[in-house]
Design a protein around this ligand. Structure first.
Ligand code: HEC
Length: 191
């Protein structure tokens, strides 16, 4: 092989190596950069909507409204949040006229709570998980006593912390209306 041929072979090889290396670098860069495609965003939106609408969890619904303001589900999500807030206001109004007591059945609050007392709500299964995103099997169909020992006294202490937070974003165990009931019960001295 002449010197010229050898030179050509080497530079040819080096060119190939450089080309391969640059392709790898560029591909690596694209892979590393967060470049959400339209398809990814649509999939995220559908997944977020599916979870928010299935659970009816106000924390997920408000997060959905924040994250996907252009969504076709936006109005539906807004309606769901509005319903929750209206429900809380209705509960507040009903309980003002008829203050909750530990063992007294409640009226005019929600389908789930009407006819039940706070005490009796401590004996049925939760409708909302204690921690957002907790897998169903860890909390669904489980009695409160699997995780808690609620008695009138410690529930009263808990209820009295609600005076500092009156938001529809703590739905465990029975939704925002139950929190409203606990809050008012606490404010009235846990009778
Ligand atoms: C799988 C375990 C588990 C079950 C079952 C469960 N809880 Fe909880 N609960 C928790 C955990 C964990 C927390 C604490 C969440 C936190 O502090 O953020 C909690 C918090 C609470 C709180 C305070 C919530 C707040 O926002 O202040 C109340 C009240 C409560 N649970 C009542 C109940 C009742 C009533 C039931 C049954 C109907 C029940 N829990 C079932 C695990 C559970």
């Amino acid at each position: 092989m002449s010197k010229v041929q050898l030179f050509c072979a080497q530079t040819g090889l080096a060119r190939w190596a450089r080309l391969v290396l640059s392709i790898a670098l560029i591909a690596g860069l694209f892979w590393a950069l967060p470049t959400p495609s339209a398809a990814d965003t649509a999939a995220d939106e559908e997944a977020a909507w599916k979870q928010a609408s299935r659970t009816g969890d106000p924390r997920l619904l408000t997060a959905f409204l924040n994250d996907f303001p252009e969504s076709e589900h936006y109005i539906t999500a807004l309606e769901r949040v509005t319903e929750i807030i209206n429900g809380m206001n209705q509960a507040r109004a009903a309980l003002k006229d008829n203050p909750p007591q530990f063992s007294k059945p409640m009226r005019g609050i929600s389908d789930e709570l009407n006819g039940r007392s706070i005490e009796s709500m401590l004996k049925i299964q939760p409708t909302f998980p204690p921690i957002l995103g907790l897998p169903d099997r860890t909390w669904k169909n489980r009695a409160c006593t699997a995780c808690h020992k609620w008695k009138k006294e410690n529930l009263c202490t808990q209820a009295q912390t609600y005076q500092f937070r009156d938001k529809p974003d703590f739905p465990h165990p029975h939704g925002p209306q139950f929190h409203v009931a606990l809050k008012i019960w606490g404010e009235n001295g846990c009778l």
